[in-house]
Write a new protein. Structure first.
Length: 377
């Protein structure tokens, strides 16, 4: 089975100008058998240019390292690296560009066990968002594709990736267990006036996701946890967006043990936010933010909203929010903004512990609802 298909692959690669790097064996070794040579030749595969797209999808399980070198992906298709072999490495080099089409995406998708997806220095995943951005985001106008689907990964790593100008949401992390996300840059700063719903990271139904050294310039949540457990974020930077958010928490979901620390939040709509869907029954527990510096906020510094998607300012109490800890939350909001707004349902918010929450600028709210008595608005 294996030999013929690899042989065909090798012929295909050779005819298409795809490079399979031979392995430099250490020291003298016996001449490899034909079979070994072919398999080893196929181990490191480089796909490039406009032909690389279809070859990469076809031969992805024959390569232990997949180098995507200055690939151009046709419009309206996913660069599909789902169901990779265990232990596969994917490396982006140069600029990877996707063509314009109105569709839902994703532009890229990866899944598997022990997968590493790395961006080499200087590499860029260019979503060409300016071709879609119309100020309407996901709510209308052009249909905009999501960018990077990281679903069904276990024991995996995303690192060194730079995304520029995402049409809409950048990373969708769903059904993942033990994923490290480090040194990622998302730069949608060109979308300041017309970009919308360009979320950095959306997390759903995932366990043990660790973020470090992530920088995001965008126009929606920097990172949000819709559902999931044991999630940790440190040493981040977020500019222009809607904060580090829990939710919107939907009916029947659980969010537990999420920590955000040591992050600079610049020019956000709000920086620290828990939003739960109006009428939902769910649980949010053990949420901690510490060492958060807020450099400007147009609407709020800290916002807890239990009326999301329902009647504004009429929170419902089916989602409990317990053990919500804030430590060292400092900085300022804009002059028209409110420092802290808490709108909890009756009895749904309890056991909160806040210390050294010191914001300046804007105004203090007089309309907080059902907040735990130890907390000041
Ligand atoms: C494949 O390429 C990667 C990245 O360039 C390199 O680290 C690795 O040693 C290569 N492996 C083989 C089997 O050639
Ligand atoms: C982060 O990733 C970028 C892009 O790949 C790279 O140039 C840089 O060296 C990385 N930084 C660290 C600390 O790994
Ligand atoms: C979240 O995950 C659940 C369960 O896997 C799935 O049914 C739902 O569609 C996902 N939601 C989003 C927004 O991806
Ligand atoms: C909370 O999550 C962190 C990060 O994943 C983990 O180290 C810690 O053990 C978890 N705590 C509990 C009580 O599960
Ligand atoms: C929440 O889910 C429960 C159980 O599936 C269902 O009975 C209820 O109608 C749902 N509520 C809302 C507001 O969707
Ligand atoms: C809060 O800040 C103080 C003073 O800078 C520092 O000693 C402490 O470790 C910080 N605590 C947390 C949880 O960030
Ligand atoms: C209340 O919060 C404290 C920490 O602030 C935590 O140790 C404890 O487990 C929480 N209790 C409940 C019932 O959530």
């Amino acid at each position: 089975m294996l030999l013929p298909s690899v042989t065909i692959l090798t012929a295909l690669l050779a005819s298409a100008g795809v490079v399979g790097n031979p392995v430099a064996a250490p020291g003298p070794t016996p001449a490899p058998s034909l079979k070994d040579t072919i398999i080893r030749r196929a181990a490191n595969c480089t796909f490039s240019g406009s032909i690389g797209y279809s070859l990469a999808s076809k031969s992805k399980t024959s390569c232990s390292t997949i180098v995507l070198s200055s690939l151009t992906v046709p419009s309206g298709v996913t660069l599909n690296l789902e169901k990779l072999n265990t232990g596969t490495n994917v490396i982006f080099q140069g600029t990877t560009a996707w063509g314009y089409e109105q569709w839902e995406g994703p532009l890229f998708s990866v899944s598997g066990n022990q997968i590493t997806v790395r961006g080499d220095p200087g590499s860029i995943l260019d979503g060409q968002g300016t071709l879609w951005w119309d100020g309407l985001g996901g709510a209308g106008g052009k249909i905009k594709p999501k960018f990077f689907r990281a679903n069904d990964l276990t024991d995996s790593i995303l690192e060194g990736i730079t995304i520029r100008n995402a049409p809409k949401n950048s990373f969708s992390i769903n059904g993942v267990t033990r994923l490290t996300v480090k040194n990622i840059t998302i730069d949608d700063s060109a979308g300041t006036s017309n970009g919308k719903n360009t979320d950095g990271f959306n997390i759903n139904n995932s366990d043990q996701v660790y973020f470090t050294g992530v920088k995001v310039w965008n126009q929606d949540d920097c990172m949000n946890v819709n559902s999931g457990t044991n999630i940790y974020w440190t040493n981040g930077f977020c500019s222009g967006g809607h904060g580090l958010s829990i939710g919107s928490v939907a009916n029947g979901t659980v969010v537990r043990n999420v920590t955000f620390e040591n992050t600079i939040m610049e020019k956000q709509q709000q920086s620290v936010r828990i939003k739960t869907v109006s009428g939902a029954v769910a649980s949010v527990a053990d949420i901690s933010y510490s060492g958060i510096t807020i450099n400007g906020g147009t609407d709020y510094g800290i916002l807890v909203d239990q009326s999301y998607g329902g009647t504004k300012h009429e929170p419902t109490n089916g989602v409990t929010i317990t053990n919500f800890q804030l430590r060292n939350i400092t900085g300022y909001v804009d002059s028209g903004a409110t420092q802290i707004l808490i709108e909890c349902g009756s009895g749904s918010c309890s056991n909160w512990s806040w210390s050294n929450v010191k914001l300046t600028g804007g105004k203090q709210s007089t309309t907080c609802l059902n907040k735990p008595s130890s907390i000041s608005c």
